[in-house]
Design a protein around this ligand. Sequence first.
Ligand SMILES: [Zn+2]
Length: 481
Amino acid sequence: MKEWRRGAGERQADARQAGARLARTKLTSARQTSAKLVGALLASAMLAGTGIFATGVLTGCASKNKGDKSDSGVTAGLSKEEIESLASTKAEQLGIPKDKLHEQYKFFLEYVDQVEKNPKLGNLRDFVILLFPDVAEHIKDENKAFYLEQLSRLQFEVGDIDFGGQYYSESDKVIFSSNYYKWTEHDNSFILFHETYHFVDRYIDGLEQSALYDGQNFTYIDEDFTYTGQDEPVRCYFAEEGMADLGVAKTLSNFFDSYYATCNFLTTMEYIYGEDVVEDMLYDRNTTGKFIEILRDLGYDNERIKQTITDFNAYTYDMWDMFGEPVGSFEDVLVDMYEKKIGPDWAKDPQFRYLLYNQTRAYTEARPFTGKYLHHEIDDLAKEELVKMQNRCAAINQKYDVFQQDEDPENYHTAFFQDGQLWISELVWAYDDQNEDVLKLQMLRYDFGSEKIVEQKTVDTIQLPGKMHEDYLANCETDDA
Ligand SMILES: [Zn+2]
């Protein structure tokens, strides 16, 4: 039925998945279920003796510096104008605005060519092309050839799995569940994009690096090292999950679906440090090293840095048995960052207060933060902000009363930056032309100081060209036997 079997050859390094949200289902319950499954996968990778990090099957990064081959391949013999015109036409067919190609027309055609001749992507290859704008925005010229080479290895497969999806870094395989086609379009597409973002993350700056901690210092090594079990591997998995969800939210979905704690943490970091610093960290091959530097700048010693990253990973995957019971909170780190970068008056900053409160409720219900905050003011702040948030939600519901809201009184916790503006969005029910219930996203820009809505829009949950959605469903149904 399926070629895929979970086994020694498929070590579940980078075991990650997107928990998905069923419409009108409590987020946390979905996340708890999925987190358990990730736990099982990571645990099996550990038991197999491979460590969290697998030995890659790549032959190395020898091709990394090959550069652009301007007179070969799919654009050979074409003039600059012809390349641009061809790229524009292709982008238009796929619904990608021309400016989103970032003037990288030749690279776009090479990317499309690589995707189209990859038989392992089935009829879902257009999904990979939709990610091009984000790749184009963040890739360095010298890494393009390497990235294209990896694209030829990417594969999609429908699997009989109990959760949404999985990216297997060793084989560059994205598996998504045949059971999920019964869910909403939003969930299906989101899972596929989330998992494919892990692929983007892994190769966009050359092979991702990890850190080894010997109890005193960190050293950085390429992901394809062989783990000997001597030093402790440290890696910002939390940031990789957050990047996958936030990347989809910012560029395609206007919403994220699963890793709330780490997404909100990264959004708040963006508020404090700015988009450039956070993107520089996330799209770097050494994300862990960059994060370590930021924590070191806060005055944390190496032991505390290691503990902080371990804590964040534990919260992200809800896996305390593997990472140990966390000791610190996301919130205290955010306050330290604010104090270092902006100043001492974090408790008076309305937008930061909202984000910090959001953080306190972003833990899963099963595994909330139960320790004591180092900045004890956070307790009172969270209580005050909860009341404010309930009032805000009530006011929003009243104002936009054509929508039936989720019954959860604390909506609008999905916060992300788009073009420098902080948006909060929530799934709502609206009526379509036939007066049928349809799931939409209500997006708001909010002035938390004056308690006013600055901008509001209602958008489709995820805007895929119709054929792509049909292809997706057809793929699922074929393999659902
Ligand atoms: Zn993931």
